[in-house]
Every structure is written in structure tokens, then in C-alpha cells.
Design a protein around this ligand. Sequence first.
Ligand code: DGJ
Length: 549
Amino acid sequence: MHRLTHWLLPLAAILTPAATAAAQDSAPPRLESRNGQHALIVDGKPFLMLGAQVNNSANYPDMLPEVWPAIEKMHANTVEVPIGWQQIEPEEGKFDFSFLDALLPQARERNLRLVLLWFGTWKNTAPSYAPDWVKLDQKRFPHMINAKGEVHYALSPHYRSTLEADKRAFVRLMEYLKKHDPQHTVIMIQPQNEPGSYGSVRDFSPVAQKLFDGQVPAPLLKQMKKKPGSWREVFGSDADEFFHAWSIASYTNEIAAAGKAVMPLPMYMNAALAAAFGRQPASTYSSGGPVHHVIDVYKAAAPAIDIVAPDIYARDHAAYMAYLGYYDRPDNALFVPETGNDKDFARYFFPAVGMGAIGFAPFGMDYTGYYNFPLGAKDLDDATMEMFARNYRLFAPMQREWAEWAAQGKTWGVAEPTDPKAQHAQHIDMGKYNMTVTFGQWQFGTDKPTGNPEPSGGVAVAQLGENEFLVTGFRSRVYFGLSKPAPLESMMLLRVEEGHFDHGKWIFRRLWNGDSVDYGLNFTDREQVLRVKLVTYKGTPPIPVGNPN
Ligand code: DGJ
């Protein structure tokens, strides 16, 4: 029996189909946070977004036949799709929602949910998706000015004219959803896309300078526990970037709040990341965007933004894990709205969902013929697609249960490391028990882990009770251990069931025993979910012992 307290509903209500239907509510999706853990609530229950983001120019009805086959092959339950400002308001005040007229019913037919990406004032910092009438009128929609006094390519966050124009279009989009999406096919909105500016840490125009010379706003002082003063006085060498982040976050907050007043969907902003370790000059990354060292600025400036989220294209294991850690906070739900779609990124799904991410979405998942290599794959061939598809096939039957366990803080996960110091192993501390996960061992015996030929292993584990765990993964070996054994205290695997979830019910397939468990639990390329019961006893550990611990 499940011993943990449940997120929203008693266990029976979650695990029986009838109760599931009864529990569904028609309230809009929302983000709920308790005790520093988070859940995206969709149809009244925690939801794990098995996501995919389409390429930038896939946002036209004609492209959808090249999108759906990839999404289906991937077994995603949610698709992230751009909506360009230029697309819905090509002429000022004249709106065209024909793409959404096509997108929404086609997604519903396929039982898919959507996340809409508002490419407005900033798309990868530039105004590329702003309508022509915005691009061509720098007087009404001023650009930033760099420190040398030159006009910068990015729109400035300091002008009401730009903010009001973006807000008006965004509100129209939300009004469209209120009218045309009562069933909440759209579960989340991303206002702006990777905002900030490259090449200039902030706007140096006289309008911006006047604000910069003024006092730091009180909510930011409170968030960062600082005494009043000017930006420079309070933040020293960080002042320019923090000021810019505050300005962009406040600007987008006003737009998001106006949209939420129409239709209160969860909203998040995504970051083009700064270096994972150390600080580089702010002019070299998207200064002012929600990079990890300004999350507090966004939290203070943008209460209408529920989440700030990392777009993770770093292939390096240490960097990837660091980014997940930076954005996984009691005041910020972890969500990976973009990641590379090359094979080596697929394994990072496991630590992401293990850390309780509400969703994960590789970028460029369509057959429109565009590939963003070297960020992602050179080609979305079947072998590449399969690396992502198998993760989602594995989790789709239990995504609701997983989201619930994650919301209780009872999930963990690891990906195969590449740093030689890690010796092809990862450790997870689950309290009373721990886990060692190795990569590149035969299934029998105690050979040294050598790593897989390509980094591709991953494991995720959820605690179901004091001595019971659900564990799954690929290309790895799992050993359970006791964290602090008393003298002569040992543990053994009482029962290892392979099975799967079906509408909340655990379906038993077989027991793993003998060779299958004597040298750890070996996950291969097969999709296998194990339910493991452990027991402790007084005595020596069982032999053979595969656990290197
Ligand atoms: C991150 C952006 O958010 C995406 O829209 C896209 O431009 C990728 N970078 C690169 O393909």
C-alpha cells in the first residue's frame, strides 16, 4: 500500500478509471506548489508533459501534415508551437487566427495538448517575429541604444508604445483561446522567446539611463535582501544586467498578467542560457533574459510568470546537470521547454523527470526538413527519433502517477556521465536506501563499468512506500543499498516485479529473480518498469553481491 500522503486526491481516486473521470475538472490548467514541490495540474490532476517543440517555421496550416507524424512517432502528449505576432496581426488592429483554427482541432483529434509560444517583442532577443509595421517604425517602437550610442538590433523594454502594442495582440490571442478552447487543449503559454540582448548588456538610451540612475524597486530589494540605493550602489558590477533583467521581466509580466486576466493559463519564460560555470561578460550571452543568475530578479519583477525555464543545448553532462539544478527551486518548477534533439540528449530525460520536472521537450521534432545541428541532430532519422520515442513510450502509461510522485518530492533520476572521474557510475541518495547506477557492464558478473559505446544510459526511480520503489531506465545497472546500515544490518530484494501501469492500475507481468537480480537490475534497450520491494535483516549480505558499495 502506498504510504505517502497524496498530492490532491486519495490514492483510490487516482488509481481507478471511474474516479479519474469524476475527478476531471474543467478549470484551466494551473501550476500548484506545496512544500517546495510542484505539479502542473491538467484536467484536475498532476500531468507530466512528454513534450516536443516544432521548428520555428512550422507554424502554418500547410506544415501540420509534416508535424503530426513526428509527434505520433515520438509518443509525445504535448506539442509546443510558435504563434508569431506578425502572423496574427499582419496589419495593425487586423487579426488573423487561421493557424489556430487549424491547429486546435487537429491537436484534439490526436489527443494532444498544446503549449503556445508567443513570439512577440523578443524572439531569441530580436524583433524578427514582430509585424512589419513594428519593424519599420523605430520612432514609435524604439530599439535599444548601446553604450557607444549606436542603435542596437533589439527592441527596448522601456517604451509604453511597444508594450501596449504587444500586449494588445497577446490579449487578443488569449481572448481567442477563451472563446475557442473551452476544453483547454492549450495547457501553457510562453510569452516572448528567449528575451534579452546580445552585444549590449542593456539599453543605454537617455530614457533607460534615467531609470538606471534611479532607485532599485522595493520588491527586488526585498527578494534579494538588499538596502535601498541606485542600481549601481546596490548591485555593483551586476547592476547593468540586473536592471535589464528587471526591465524585460516587468515588461513581460504586464503582458502576461493582461493575458491571464482573460484566461488564467500557466505562463513561463525561457532562457538562452549563460555559461553553466563561472561568469562571462554579459554582452556575450542574452543579457536581461532569465539566465540562472537572475532568477531572483524575475521572481521579484514577474509574479504573473509562473516559471522561468532553461533551454538546454549543452551536451556536457556536468553542465546539463548544473542547469537542471539552477532552475529546480522551491519557488520555481523545473521545466525543460527546449533541449537538443540529438541522440545524446535523450538520456537527460531521466534526471529531469527524476528531479520532478513538470515537462521535457526536445526541439525541432517535425519532418519539415530543418535541423539545427550542431545544437541538435543532423537528421531526425528513425534511430534518433527512437531514442526519444522510447522514453515517452516508457512513461506515457504512468505519466499521471509519475507527476504525482514527483509532486511529493519522491522521484530521482540520473543520466550516464561523461566525466572520467565519474567512472561510469552515478549515485542517488533516497534516505534510508541509496542507489548506485552503473553504465556499460555485462548483465552477469562484476566486470568494471566501461560506459556505453555512446552516452545513452539513464535511470529514474520513484519511492512508493518506505521499502518500495518503482525503477526504470535504459542501458544501465541498478544496485540498491542501505545508506546507514547498523552493525550486521543487511538488505535484500524481497520482490522485483516487472509490469506496467494501465489507467492507474499496476499490471504484473513476471518476477525477476536469480541471475536477473543477482548482479543488480540490468536495464537494456527494452522498455521495462520494475516495482521493487526491499527488506532489511540482521545478518551478512546475500552472495553473490554485485553492489560495489
Ligand atoms: C532556441 C530558441 O528558443 C528556438 O526558437 C530556436 O531558435 C533554437 N534556439 C535554435 O534552433
